[in-house]
Design a binder for this molecule. Sequence first.
Ligand SMILES: NC(=O)c1ccc[n+]([C@@H]2O[C@H](COP(=O)([O-])OP(=O)(O)OC[C@H]3O[C@@H](n4cnc5c(N)ncnc54)[C@H](OP(=O)(O)O)[C@@H]3O)[C@@H](O)[C@H]2O)c1
Length: 274
Amino acid sequence: MSYLNSLFSLEKKVAVITGGTGVLGSSMVKALSNAGAKVAIVGRRKDVADELAKEINNSGGQAIGVSADVLNAEQLNNAKKTILDRFGAIHILVNGAGGNMPGATIPVDKTFLDLKIDDFQKVVELNLTGSVLPSQILAEPIMTAKNGCIINISSMAAYLPITRVVGYSAAKAAISNFTQWMAVEMARKFGEGIRVNAIAPGFFLTEQNRTLLTTSDGGLTDRGKAVINHTPFGRFGKPDELASTLVWLCSDGAKFVSGVVVAVDGGFSSYAGV
Ligand SMILES: NC(=O)c1ccc[n+]([C@@H]2O[C@H](COP(=O)([O-])OP(=O)(O)OC[C@H]3O[C@@H](n4cnc5c(N)ncnc54)[C@H](OP(=O)(O)O)[C@@H]3O)[C@@H](O)[C@H]2O)c1
């Protein structure tokens, strides 16, 4: 085995990724598979998960699509059983499901007083509980074996809240906090074999933010311009730019790394704007 493989290979590992059907998630699925892991792609859209699994299996990897809502314990337990029946273990959990919801964003001409509390709760539930509950259920084999890792997906909104996006910002700040809490909890209760880290992507064009950041003719909205002006690299991220950070955090190369949130953001979180 080459030096780099001994550090970063995910061969013989089984990875589960919620939100594996999404834009960033599907790119992370490919990264895990390319690094040697067998991958279970979890999402509510089973057809999309199956299609991606087929693509991976056809190109020499091993993957299955599994249907589950990250807020439904029964569906997550069924998903765990399906994955264990097929692959026999779970070593890596990526909590990739999440996103903002239009109702939880305050429109430009409205104020905080117009915030719909139901939408606020939904977005907090999806992004926070939607990582906590899968960690309890899908990462239970990791705790039983005292071996493996959990990767959460945080956001730029966790460092400094983003205007108008109150629920998502609060939930992602909570994800960074939960990552640190879990890192300590896992190490103290189960030992150093379990690591918990997070990736905070900068701004990547995906379905959840495309209309907020770009116009129908491919230009930038005012908000899109504000994002680009605040990104020292002057562009949005490309999904495959998360791959090497993900593989590193999941691999033995990061075996003394736990509780960190790694920004992959073209410099956004370091820039004061001046
Ligand atoms: N795009 C960005 O710039 C950016 C920046 C920072 C962080 N993030 C985070 O990165 C993650 C992926 O986002 P994305 O941009 O790739 O968005 P996306 O393409 O909209 O993907 C969202 C994923 O979440 C899944 N999902 C949503 N609700 C779910 C539920 N109740 N149960 C199970 N799965 C559910 C969706 O799968 P199904 O529809 O199949 O259920 C989909 O795979 C999210 O956590 C997001 O907050 C994105």
